[in-house]
Design a protein around this ligand. Structure first.
Ligand code: NAG
Ligand code: NAG
Ligand code: NAG
Ligand code: NAG
Ligand code: NAG
Ligand code: NAG
Ligand code: NAG
Ligand code: NAG
Length: 841
């Protein structure tokens, strides 16, 4: 009874309100207690409110204590400094309340500059056009609006009582972001700005500490923190500060036209274990759920609409296996060590040329050891306290009692899964099977009144101010009847140079070709033969941005759009059109009229068609349909489309562009987790579209009558569009007898018996599904991967029945690799394994 009360009280004390947050050189101190914290970045505008509770819950189940988010200034003040928006997916307070209700803490990275592969780094475009403004330096306007926004957010948080000092979940706030990389480019103004930002933040009196990440001259009033793939060697500038890792990148972002990067779970776990081994106390995954850059929020240029990031929770909200599970086991193992780690001084021992132990022993007899093998090729057997331990290459073993290994970063014991996008044809109930497509075709060039004319070119971004991706540059050229190419059937060649980001060229309303830059380089050249006729020819060039720059010194001054247009092949040589009279039109007619929204859809005359036109540029398609069956998350398959924008019921799905990466990139079939990770280490999908599926949140669908609108720029086949459902078709595990487990009930007990581990396979189905079939089970020496396991030389024929008995019709099950379950006499000279593949339904 008394114990129960104390337990309830302390639970409430830590979870119901955080209270006083301070720190010392070891860790944050919350209500007088040192804390070792696992944090997970989930950005509220990159999912929808209907997903937030489940995302937060999945993070908590994954062993996460803290949710971390940026505040995205340009979604809260999109058009002017006098208006604030916090509706829908921009409802910051609602998001934080959900985190608090889950009993978790929150780190609020106010920025307001965020980078984050987010449009314009999170700063509203209007601020660039306030005369005399220079971003992120000692500039009056920038500091004025930055302070105003920061103060507004802090006041909002205070009003809602969200800071820990008020009983809320916010334990830390961040000002600026990774400024240290760029400060030098701003000279003395940069230094003054960084110091001002820290002082401005601290003077907000939030009652919780402020952090600055990658800020190499941060003042002592804030905590400077680390962002990298590895932060074990990081040291805060001041010795009284704890070691905090604000961005551990468990994957990487994607770029239209590039292959997809992968970071193996073993390496992520290695980096985290090394950080805690070396005295770290707060570690944040950036991202834990990456989500989606809906609409035109992706930064750039060329960042994909998906911001999956190969994070522990995938874009669609499903745990990514085995990464999510492997890190969950890691968090469990680290938490077993928390008290001793935080309350003792480490001693490090060399165990070999690239092997080392850090041992933490406290006064009450507690002992924790981390044994690391940082050799990136060779496994190694080491002696530690007179016991020998086998350490796989590039791994850390965690011993919460200095005796038993409960976790090794290279041994993945958690289940894995096969995830598929199962296509579901677009459909509509009401009897008629055929969908009723309707189309509206934009004119190539000027629609309505021209916006303005000019001899020569204007900058694209200065002109659109990012109200749209699109800017038409049009002119005309008169071709004499005596041009040789007309007689010879030759084609003159159109040569264009652009600062970016992409372009479609039309002559006399016909698409002649397209060009675009790429992730490393947005300026590009266009060179294509074109068809010209005698007499007047209209040249209409559709210039496009694909996300504004989001980082770099003076990034707001980087331009886009045409810089040179020439046509070669005339009798008199090459004609330079650059100084011609150009007529400009900002945006598309359909955008202007809002025809993608239910309230604007009838403002043009759509043409009904039984067969929607294929390969037709500048076409708006609309169709009314039912939601896909089931309740799995949904992705719109745009493999057979060209490039454009998509909406459902007026909600912005975003830019689509199934742009393929080069087949000549270096892709891998297996990723070796050993050795330092870099984003180009383990690419997949060479020669494939970078992004084929586009997340459409379930909550955007109505039971029927859903309006899907697509704007296709260059031509595609809309009849091949499908909604695909994201399904875990199989769950799998492959565990060896010698795999450790952080689930041991009592370490001492296990230690005293012998070191025979009770390795076990744990399987669980997502979303309350049950295991309906066991497709494969083999105890012995099975090989292969999830979806393609095969029996080895050694196989216990009872394997299937043992697994079926334990798992069929259950949401989750555990099978221990014990004598009772399996024939342990089998091939005693091998380390035996159990492989299982099961189906959930
Ligand atoms: C918060 O904790 C710090 C360090 O433990 C202590 O110095 C300070 O007085 C506390 N503040 C409040 C308001 O309790
Ligand atoms: C900003 O400067 C431009 C010219 O540099 C001028 O045309 C414009 O009126 C100015 N705007 C404001 C608000 O001062
Ligand atoms: C080991 O500990 C010593 C003494 O605290 C320290 O100087 C040294 O940097 C540590 N070595 C490593 C690799 O952490
Ligand atoms: C290891 O063995 C040596 C010699 O047998 C002994 O002196 C020492 O105390 C042992 N160390 C531990 C940690 O058991
Ligand atoms: C060259 O030929 C083009 C196309 O016939 C014509 O428009 C242009 O005026 C000519 N330029 C000169 C310098 O004659
Ligand atoms: C990106 O574009 C630049 C300039 O056009 C080119 O030099 C570079 O090779 C391209 N890179 C890739 C990966 O396509
Ligand atoms: C955009 O316009 C500003 C003036 O408002 C000018 O200083 C800047 O150079 C222009 N940018 C480009 C890329 O032309
Ligand atoms: C599983 O459930 C199905 C249908 O409810 C039933 O027919 C079957 O006997 C069950 N199997 C086991 C092993 O419980």
């Amino acid at each position: 009874m008394a114990l129960g009360l104390i337990f309830l009280f302390s639970l409430c004390f830590t979870l119901c309100f955080a209270g006083n947050v301070s720190y010392d050189s070891r860790s944050l101190i919350i209500n007088g207690e040192r804390k070792l914290l696992i944090s997970a970045a989930i950005h509220y505008p990159r999912s929808v409110p209907a997903m937030w509770p489940e995302l937060v819950k999945t993070a908590k189940e994954g062993g996460v204590d803290v949710i971390e988010t940026y505040v995205f200034w340009n979604v809260h003040q999109p058009t002017s400094p006098s208006e604030y928006h916090f509706d829908g997916r921009f409802d910051l307070v609602k998001f934080i309340n959900i985190v608090q209700e889950a009993g978790m803490y929150l780190i609020l990275r106010i920025g307001p500059f965020v980078a984050a592969e987010w449009n314009f780094g999170g700063i509203p475009v209007w601020l660039h056009y306030v005369n005399g403004t220079v971003f992120r330096t000692d500039n009056y306007n920038f500091k004025y609006y930055m302070e105003e926004f920061t103060t507004y957010i802090v006041k909002l948080m205070k009003k809602e009582k969200l800071f820990a000092s008020q009983g809320g979940p916010i334990i830390l706030s961040q000002v600026e972001n990774e400024y240290g990389y760029y400060e030098g480019a701003y000279g003395e103004g940069g230094k003054r700005y960084a110091a001002w930002a820290a002082q401005m933040a601290v003077s907000q009196n939030t009652g919780v500490p402020w952090i600055m990440c990658q800020q190499f001259d941060a003042p002592p009033s804030v905590i400077n923190t680390c962002n990298s793939f590895y932060c074990d060697q990081f040291k805060p500038i001041f010795p009284d500060k704890p070691k905090i890792w604000t961005e551990n990148w468990p994957g990487w972002f994607q770029t239209f036209g590039a292959p997809n990067p992968h970071r193996p779970a073993e390496d992520v776990a290695f980096s985290v274990a090394r950080f805690f081994q070396k005295g770290g106390s707060v570690q944040n995954y950036y991202m834990y759920h990456g989500g989606t850059n809906f609409g035109r929020t992706a930064g750039g240029p060329f960042i994909t609409t998906s911001y999956d990031y190969e994070a522990p929770i995938d874009e669609y909200g499903l745990p990514r296996l085995p990464k999510w599970g492997h890190l969950k086991e890691l968090h469990k193992a680290i938490k077993l060590c928390e008290h001793v780690l935080l309350n003792s001084k480490p001693v490090n021992l060399s165990l070999g040329p690239s092997q080392e132990a850090d041992v933490y022993a406290d006064a009450s007899g507690g002992c924790v050891a981390f044994l690391a093998n940082i050799d990136d090729k060779n496994d190694k057997t080491v002696d530690f306290q007179n016991v020998s331990f086998k350490l796989p290459a590039w791994s850390v073993s965690i011993l919460p009692d200095c005796k038993n290994v409960v976790y090794n970063t290279a041994k993945v014991t958690s289940q894995t899964a096969l995830v598929e996008m199962v296509p579901d044809n677009l459909q509509q109930k009401d009897g008629s099977k055929a969908l009723k497509w309707e189309v509206f075709v934009e004119k190539a060039g000027i629609w309505g009144e021209p916006d303005f004319m000019k001899n020569g070119f204007v900058d694209h971004i200065n002109t659109t101010k990012d109200t749209t991706d699109y800017l038409w540059y049009t002119t005309s050229i008169v071709v004499g009847e005596n041009e040789e190419f007309l007689k010879e059937g030759r084609h003159p060649v159109l040569l264009i140079e652009s600062m970016g980001h992409a372009l479609h060229a039309f002559v006399n309303q016909e698409l002649q070709g397209s060009a675009s830059g790429n992730g490393s380089h947005s300026p590009f050249k266009f060179k294509n033969p074109i068809s010209l006729k005698a007499g007047n020819n209209e040249i209409a060039l559709l210039s496009m941005t694909v996300g504004l720059p989001n980082a770099g010194s003076f990034y707001e001054w980087v331009g886009a759009g045409l810089t040179s247009v020439r046509i070669e092949g005339f009798n008199n040589g090459t004609v330079d059109l650059s100084h011609f009279n150009w007529i400009y039109k900002i945006g598309l007619q359909g955008e202007k009229l809002g025809i993608y929204k239910p309230e604007g859809v009838n403002s043009v005359s759509w043409v009904a068609t039984s067969e929607p036109p294929k390969k037709q540029p500048l076409t708006w398609y609309k169709v009314v349909l039912d939601p896909p069956a089931g309740n799995e998350p949904v992705g719109l398959d745009m493999l057979h489309m060209g490039k454009g924008l998509a909406w459902l019921n007026g909600e912005e799905i975003g830019r689509y562009w199934p742009r393929k990466s080069s087949v000549h990139e270096k892709c891998v079939t297996e990723c070796d987790y050993r050795g330092k990770f870099m984003p180009d280490k383990c690419f997949t999908g060479c020669g494939q579209p970078t992004q084929r599926w586009y997340h459409v949140p379930r909550s955007w669908f109505k039971p029927s009558g859903n309006l899907l609108v697509i704007f296709e720029e260059k031509g595609g086949d809309p009849e091949k569009i499908t909604f695909s459902r994201r399904k875990m078709s199989s769950i799998c595990a492959l565990i060896a007898e010698d795999y450790p487990s952080a689930d041991r009930k009592s370490l001492q007990e296990a230690g005293s018996k012998n070191s025979n581990s009770k390795a076990s396979v744990h399987l669980g189905c997502p979303q309350n599904a049950v295991i309906s079939a066991v497709k494969f089970a083999s105890f012995g020496t099975p090989t292969g991967k999830c979806g393609s396991y095969s029996e080895g030389e050694c196989h216990d024929p009872n394997s299937i029945s043992v697994v079926e008995k334990a798992c069929l019709n259950k949401t989750e099950c555990t099978i221990e690799l014990t004598e009772e379950n399996f024939n342990k006499g089998l091939c005693p000279d091998f380390t035996r394994r159990l492989a299982v593949e099961a189906v959930c339904s």
